[in-house]
Write a protein that binds this ligand. Structure first.
Ligand code: C5P
Length: 243
């Protein structure tokens, strides 16, 4: 693949001393959960999924300067949550799609050359500090994401749900969050991709469209995105094992 646009070199970004901000998109409705409220407000071990996800960021020793939380406009559930009093949390309105919510968050960040952003889905409560550390350790100025190498055999389907072909799974990775980028690069990439009407389901794909090749960091299979009803029991099990 041709790389149109390599990121500036590491010296420019002074990776060691960068300022780090987090953006947490939490404005989805989670229709596939078939629950009576958005999935991030369902409870596991007496805490909402959103609280679990935020707590991992808030308790990380690197100290995210700011955690920008994108929620649905007029979200009726948020005000009940205790973390709102935390001065590092800044609540903003999300958008129509996840990418819109993330871009709204990025627009809140005062950009200096040395600012990086870690974007993490509210719906992934089982993230560990060790995984955050792995991302922080990557010195690639194109940014990095957590991902899992595919273990199942991957089929590409036709519109009629017949198998068109089998992909080479050795080259397939399943993207997770957090995803970690220089704020200015990600903001430009996301803005351009959305203006072009591209379907963007994670930050890395916007960076790819802009010509960057972000780094893949092997994550953990328990960093699941709660999506379907059966995922709740699994997340509860994983969280109980982390204690
Ligand atoms: O729907 P999906 O599972 O892909 O959502 C991933 C994350 O993006 C969730 O935390 C969800 O709340 C968030 N999201 C958002 N704004 C939207 C749609 C989803 O912040 N419009």
């Amino acid at each position: 693949m041709t790389v149109k646009n390599q990121a500036k070199n590491t010296a420019l970004y002074a990776l060691e001393n960068r300022r780090i901000v987090a953006v947490v998109p939490a404005a989805g409705i989670g229709s596939r959960m078939q629950a009576d409220k958005p999935k991030q407000y369902l409870t596991i071990q007496a805490k909402t999924i959103l609280e679990h996800s935020l707590n991992v960021l808030l308790s990380h020793p690197v100290n995210f300067d700011q955690i920008i939380l994108a929620v649905a406009p007029n979200d009726p559930y948020l005000s009940e949550l205790p973390f709102l009093a935390n001065p590092r949390i800044c609540v903003i309105n999300g958008g129509e799609t996840r990418a819109d919510s993330v871009l709204n968050g990025l627009k809140q960040i005062a950009i200096t050359e040395n600012t990086w952003v870690m974007v993490h889905d509210a719906a992934r409560p089982c993230l560990t500090h060790a995984d955050i550390d792995k991302l922080l350790a990557i010195k690639d100025p194109n940014g990095a994401i957590l991902a899992i190498p595919a273990v199942d055999t991957i089929k590409r389907a036709t519109n009629q749900r017949q198998i068109q072909q089998t992909e080479d799974r050795n080259q397939i990775w399943l993207a997770q969050t957090p995803q970690f980028f220089p704020v200015d690069l990600l903001r430009n990439a996301l803005q351009t991709a959305l203006q072009q009407g591209l379907s963007i389901t994670d930050e890395a794909s916007a960076m790819e469209f802009a010509g960057f090749q972000p780094h893949l960091v092997t994550g953990r299979t328990d960093n699941i995105k709660i999506t379907r009803p059966e995922d709740l029991a699994l997340a509860e099990f994983y969280l109980s094992k982390q204690k």
